[in-house]
Design a binder for this molecule. Structure first.
Ligand code: ADE
Length: 314
């Protein structure tokens, strides 16, 4: 029952009748090809486990989703969207968790992903209190570079936050969790009901239910603020009160917050999505190049961003 590209349908009757629609995702891989290890993370409908591919001894993170939960909670579209966005992103970017294979058995779906051994950025911020300015700068640059790629492929993440920013062996960023992702131009039922995480949600999503690439730039502003300040830009006692602050753009900078970082945050946390730095179409004056050219990034070497060492986190 390992053949799959279409989790909704029963497995095809025989190997010869099954076709993989994407050669890069070998449909004949199965759970038996892996030795499963410890749990790396847990979600409401899934868990992520360390797994070693027996044939190559290569280690991966495998997201395992129980079908019964998906069906019971009507989350099948979420799983499909996650796979579709990951497939669309392809093999392409060091800052984005890559999907190597998908398969299923009678009970579960399996997504074999890049392993990011150093866990979530959120854990690091919590442990350290905040990150050094140099590290925050490099992480912001890595997020910008990955977003540029992602957006060029027509994918919006919609729930960017430090829990979804993993750290690899070299402590570089890998964006994960595309269950909330949206492929531009696709009809998507989930769009109408989607609400991200309160501290990172954009005002347009709260007010009109609209999301665009620019919503990911809002989240970037919130994340940059948090890495440096060690606290959320927008935080109320309840999600409702947090949303009120987001809608009113009610946030302040702590004393000593770097001036260039402050300027960048202020150009990202802008109410009108079209006016956020980086939100313009490629080639326009407000495109991602303009974001890369911000003075906060003056010391960043964009060409070697994914091979240069990351500065100390603290
Ligand atoms: N937790 C969730 N996804 C992960 C991944 N790809 N690598 C390591 N830990 C994870």
């Amino acid at each position: 029952a390992a053949d799959d590209d279409e989790p909704k349908r029963p497995p095809p009757p025989s190997r010869t009748q099954s076709k993989s629609r994407n050669n890069s995702l070998n449909a004949r891989t199965s759970p038996d090809d892996f030795e499963f290890g410890r749990v790396l993370g847990e979600g409401s409908y899934s868990e992520v486990r360390l797994a070693k591919h027996r044939a190559t001894q290569q280690e991966y993170a495998v997201k395992i989703i129980e079908k019964v939960h998906l069906v019971r909670h009507e989350k099948m579209p979420v799983a499909m969207a996650e796979k579709n966005t990951l497939v669309r992103l392809g093999t392409g970017h060091p800052g984005i968790v890559r999907l190597h294979w998908t398969f299923q058995d009678d009970w579960r779906l399996y997504f074999v992903l890049d392993l990011a051994r150093n866990g979530e950025l959120q854990t690091r911020i919590s442990r350290l209190g905040s990150l050094s300015l140099d590290c925050s700068r490099v992480y912001a640059a890595q997020i910008v570079d990955a977003l540029d790629y992602m957006h060029s492929k027509g994918v919006i993440h919609r729930d960017l936050k430090p829990e979804n920013l993993l750290l690899d062996d070299a402590f570089r960023i890998k964006i994960t969790d595309f269950g909330t992702g949206k492929v531009l131009g696709s009809a998507d039922e989930r769009t109408k009901t989607f609400v991200g995480t309160a501290q990172y949600v954009s005002p347009e999503l709260l007010e009109d239910g609209e999301t665009s690439k620019s919503s990911d730039l809002w989240a970037l502003g919130c994340i940059l603020y948090q890495m440096i300040a060690g606290r959320f830009a927008f935080q109320g006692l309840t999600d409702y009160l947090t949303w009120q602050k987001v809608k009113r753009l009610e946030y302040t900078f702590p004393d000593g917050f770097d001036e260039q970082a402050k300027d960048l945050v202020q150009r990202l946390l802008v109410r009108n999505p079209a006016e956020r730095l980086g939100a313009g179409l490629p080639g326009s004056p407000n495109d991602m190049q303009a974001l890369r050219a911000h003075t906060f990034f003056a010391s960043i070497k964009w060409g070697t961003l994914w091979s240069d060492p990351v500065p100390p986190l603290e």
